[in-house]
Every structure is written in structure tokens, then in C-alpha cells.
Design a protein around this ligand. Structure first.
Ligand code: ZN
Length: 332
């Protein structure tokens, strides 16, 4: 996403009632001392000020205030040099930032769902060597349990949920159900962290990866109630705006965890990249979601590391730090 803080050129509309020319959206952001982000690829952007936001899109006659309130405005349009807006658009944005918000405008992470992959009858990936054997399900669970303990200590006010806390096998539906049944206020969010270990036919392959939900995956993030309240026509627009936000947050969560892991285990396990996929466990979940492949159980050196409690603790610590970094960013 392209971020910029515009240079001030024009004053904002004055109190006089003379006919005003249309203005560029960057001039508006500037006069409000707000930050403007605009992504020319999707023709949508966000004006942000003091943690509050106005989401807009080219040729769309609505803005989304603080990711919750939809307001009708004259649609921004493209001119040769900039995105132009009508006075009414500018006024709506100005008033929104001026008037104290009636709703609690800060987003809070209400819950963190930790999903240790596989379990019970499903061992996941298996590393078998002459002198020892390692099952993915045990690696995942060990990391997840410590991660949950650390997060519970740090955030006693948040709900920390494990999709399993022993060697049992919940189905995919049961795992997602656990996340989806957490009740949320409009400004609360859930983070979903799935923990896995990798396997390869190539015994030399090793390293860790962090995956996030593919941005092309079209999710329905606006619930039926919103659709009914706002009308069938608006729902898809809000949907696209929100969806993009959740994808962005997933990428940021992935980056934070990836950076921390690289710092802590990168000397022993190569960082293989941040990746995007569509198979994700939490397809229908309205939440920033990642999946971590902590290493390859099929590589003997890495399998040895992954069978050491101390190494698994380091991985848990790294994920924990990444999640904390994300929460700090999200709740700021
Ligand atoms: Zn797995």
C-alpha cells in the first residue's frame, strides 16, 4: 500500500457560502493534518487521524467511518492529476474527525485463538530416522501450550483459546467453530494463529515459513445484520473495504511473527519467506489469520532441534513476541 502525507496547498473550506471548487483528496487530508494512504491498484484508500479512519474508494458514493459506520457521500472521481472530491465529501470527513466519536473507535484484540495442527489419530508430518522419530502433532502442541501460557500471563483481559490442549483430533470444523463462537463487539477482533511443522521428500530442505490468507480469496466478512441494515447494494462495498483491511492485518501479523522468528531461530533455521494461500483453516473467520510452519521434521538436523524442549520454547517465545508486536500495532 502506498502511504503518503500530502503537502498542504489549500486551506479547507471556509465558513463563507461562496461556491467552492472541488478539491483533491490529498489537500483534504493535509488540511486536516491526517495521513492519506491510497492504493492506485484497487482505487481505494484511507484517511487516518489519531487512530480513527475514513475508508473511501474511487467512484463509490459511500465512506466507511472507523470501519463500522457507512455514510453516503458524493463519489470521489479521478482527474488528470489527482483524486477529486466534492465539498460535501470533505465536510463529512472533517465533521467525522471533529465530532467526538459516539462509538468506541479503537479496535481491540478480544481473543487469540491458537491452533496446534493435527493431533490424536492424525500425526501430521513424520520424521523417521535410524535413532529417533518425530511427529508433527507433538511439536505443534508443545509450542502452542507455551505460547498460550505466555499470552495468558501478558494479556489476562483477553480470551486465549487453544483448539486442542492435548493429543486429541478436533476436525477442521470444530477448530473454526471455537474461533467463530467467540462473541465480538463491533470494534473487537480475534487473531488466529495456526501452528504446523513441514515435511519434504528432499531430506535437505529445512527452515520456517509464515503463511497468510491469500488476498484474492473472497470472504464474506459483512454479516447478514449489516447487510439488512445498510441495504443489499451497500453490503458488497463495505465487504470489499473490510476484507482488504483484514488481509492487510493478516500480512502485518505474518511479518511481525516472521521477523521475530528470524531473529531468534534464524541462525539455525533458514527463513523461507512469507507466503499466501487459499486453503486456510479459517476461511470464514473475520480475523487476521496466519499459519506458521516452524520447520521440517524430515530434515535430520532440524528434527533434532524440533525434538528439544528448549528449541520449541524459543519458537514459542518468537511467535509470542510477534503477536505482541502485532497487538501493539493493532490497538494503537
Ligand atoms: Zn501440518
Amino acid at each position: 500500500m502506498l502511504a503518503m502525507i500530502a503537502l498542504c496547498i489549500l486551506p479547507l473550506f471556509g465558513a463563507n457560502d461562496t461556491k467552492q471548487e472541488d478539491m483533491s483528496i490529498s489537500d483534504l487530508a493535509c488540511s486536516l493534518k491526517a495521513t492519506l494512504e491510497y492504493d492506485p491498484l484497487v482505487h481505494a484508500g484511507t484517511i487516518t487521524k489519531e487512530g480513527r479512519s475514513v475508508r473511501f474508494a474511487m467512484d463509490v458514493p459511500y465512506v466507511l467511518l472507523d470501519w463500522t459506520i457507512v455514510k453516503e457521500v458524493p463519489a470521489p472521481y479521478e482527474s488528470a492529476t489527482s483524486l477529486q472530491i466534492k465539498e460535501e465529501f470533505a465536510r463529512t470527513v472533517q465533521e467525522f474527525f471533529e465530532i467526538k466519536s459516539q462509538i468506541s473507535s479503537r479496535y481491540l484484540v478480544k481473543a487469540i485463538v491458537i491452533d496446534p495442527g493435527h493431533g490424536g489419530k492424525d500425526p501430521g508430518a513424520i520424521g523417521e530416522f535410524e535413532d529417533f522419530k518425530l511427529q508433527e502433532k507433538d511439536v505443534n502442541l508443545s509450542i502452542a501450550l507455551r505460547l498460550a501460557d505466555l499470552l495468558r500471563l501478558r494479556y489476562p483481559e483477553k480470551t486465549i483459546v487453544l483448539t486442542r490442549s492435548s493429543d486429541i483430533y478436533p476436525t477442521l470444523e470444530e477448530r473454526v467453530e471455537k474461533a467463530n463462537k467467540i462473541e465480538l463487539e463491533e470494534t473487537e477482533a480475534i487473531i488466529y494463529v495456526s501452528i504446523h511443522a513441514n515435511a519434504s521428500f528432499n531430506k535437505n530442505t529445512k527452515g520456517f515459513e509464515v503463511w497468510y490468507l491469500n488476498p484474492n480469496y473472497r470472504r464474506t466478512v459483512v454479516d447478514e445484520r449489516t447487510a439488512k441494515e445498510k441495504g443489499e447494494d451497500i453490503a458488497p462495498i463495505i465487504n470489499i473495504m473490510l476484507e482488504e483491511e483484514f488481509t492487510t492485518e493478516s500480512i502485518i501479523l505474518a511479518q511481525k511473527v516472521y521477523q521475530r522468528m528470524d531473529r531468534i531461530i534464524g541462525d539455525r533455521s533458514p527463513a523461507r519467506g512469507i507466503r499466501a494461500e487459499e486453503w486456510f483453516v479459517v476461511r470464514n473467520a473475520k480475523m487476521p489469520s496466519i499459519l506458521i510452519e516452524v520447520g521440517f521434521v524430515t530434515n535430520k538436523a532440524e528434527a533434532l532441534l524440533l525434538s528439544q524442549a528448549g528449541y520449541l520454547r524459543q519458537i514459542a517465545d518468537a511467535i509470542y513476541n510477534g503477536v505482541c508486536d502485532f497487538i501493539e500495532h493493532f490497538e494503537q
